[in-house]
Write a protein that binds this ligand. Structure first.
Ligand code: AMP
Length: 174
């Protein structure tokens, strides 16, 4: 059965995408391979340890791919955190700074109930701005965040420092 090393070998580095100086970690070769995709879901699901997770929260958009499959595996619900303007019902929002400008993410106000056990998933942790905003939303809704889990972490950007006291785990580190 493939392991984390097989996942690492499948991640494709794309230099200068989406702009000069960025090395984009392309995870589509993992998604395209049935065994590797299953391995990525298994390893992400294991980051929830033995906690019985009520809901898996995914971050727009690649986070959805992993979070929805992990939710199915854990028999948990799935909750999307989306870029501003996409969710139809009443939302809470959190903004964060990007290299140029600002971005805002939203969650439905009734998506998580106080005390529910949450596994938060995104494909990649870079500077941590996106994940920190997602964590703020979940904190506002009084969720119990069991783990903030990523397939890939770019450790040299120290994004986990922004996530605060919540347990943070990644399957692959660079
Ligand atoms: P950040 O807020 O800086 O942690 O950025 C995280 C978000 O941007 C994630 O949702 C990633 O999908 C995306 N991202 C940032 N840097 C990269 C990269 N080098 N390769 C692929 N995706 C990236």
């Amino acid at each position: 059965m493939p392991d984390a090393n097989a996942l690492r070998a499948a991640v494709r580095d794309v230099p200068d995408f989406p702009k000069p100086g960025i090395i984009f970690k392309d995870i589509t070769p993992i998604l395209a391979d049935g065994e590797l995709f299953q391995t990525s879901i298994r390893l992400l699901a294991e980051t929830a340890r033995d906690a019985s997770i009520d809901k898996v929260v995914g971050i727009d958009a690649r986070g959805f791919i992993f979070a929805a499959a992990v939710a199915d595996r854990l028999k948990a619900g799935f909750i999307p955190i989306r870029k501003k303007g996409k969710l139809p019902w009443k939302t809470r929002e959190a903004s964060y700074t990007l290299e140029y400008g600002e971005s805002t993410v939203e969650i439905h106000r009734d998506a998580v109930h106080p005390g529910e056990k949450i596994l938060l998933i995104d494909d990649l942790l870079a500077t941590g701005g996106t994940a920190a905003a997602a964590v703020r939303l979940l904190d506002t809704l009084q969720a119990e965040i069991v783990s903030v889990s990523f397939l890939i972490e770019l450790t040299f950007l120290n994004g986990r420092a922004k996530i605060g006291p919540h347990p943070t785990t990644s399957v692959l580190t660079y």
